[in-house]
Design a protein around this ligand. Structure first.
Ligand SMILES: Cc1cc2nc3c(=O)[nH]c(=O)nc-3n(C[C@H](O)[C@H](O)[C@H](O)COP(=O)(O)O)c2cc1C
Length: 172
């Protein structure tokens, strides 16, 4: 049986890629076996009671989580160690990181008193080429001359996964 469930919601794939990177670290460093679940298939999601550790991730579009991922936060996580992350282009830029972490991550978690994560992080994102015209409607990014359409940081993701693995496996 697996140790960790990573349940994520994505529109363009970045959040799933991040889940895969996290799984690799948990396995290599802590021998933790993970199941990855894309919440677009919400109904068949594995039963939470089978896992001690849960990681929830969502992509951000116009400031919002995917609908199913936000719904997933309503589950009962009693007795489990939970970690939460987002993939957000604002979070990948120094100028807008704090804004993204507060508005897209902390404020969302705060709405769910049943979710008390041991770790949270806001990672950068990737905007597909076909979506570039749409993203320019987000004025805040136009003001950052160095803005990258792929501002994910694999090293940051792997370091966070290491920390999460440590917090999951340490006795307390
Ligand atoms: C139409 C559109 C709207 C977006 N809105 C936001 C936003 O409000 N805030 C943000 O940080 N990133 C925004 N992004 C960037 C996404 O967060 C980024 O593409 C991320 O990787 C999405 O995760 P996903 O690939 O898992 O869906 C937007 C991207 C698109 C294409």
């Amino acid at each position: 049986m697996s140790d960790v469930l990573i349940a994520f919601g994505t529109r363009y794939g970045a959040t799933g890629d991040t889940a895969a990177a996290i799984v690799a670290v948990l396995k290599k460093k802590y021998k933790l076996v993970s199941d990855i679940w894309d919440l677009k298939d919400y109904r068949s999601c594995p039963d939470l009671s089978d896992y001690k550790y849960v990681i929830i991730g969502s992509g951000i579009k116009y400031g919002k989580w995917t609908e199913n991922t936000e719904k997933y936060l309503e589950n009962d996580f009693t007795g489990k160690k939970v970690a939460v992350y987002i993939s957000s282009s604002y979070a990948g830029e120094t100028e807008t990181y704090d804004y993204a972490k507060k508005n897209f991550l902390e404020n969302v978690i705060a709405k769910h008193s049943n979710v008390n994560p041991i770790a949270t992080e806001a990672f950068g994102g990737r905007i597909p080429l076909t979506q570039i015209p749409k993203i320019w409607t987000l004025r805040i990014l136009q003001r950052i001359p160095t803005f990258q359409k792929d501002n994910r940081d694999l090293e940051k993701i792997e370091k966070w996964a290491e920390r999460v693995g440590k917090l999951f496996t340490e006795e307390n």
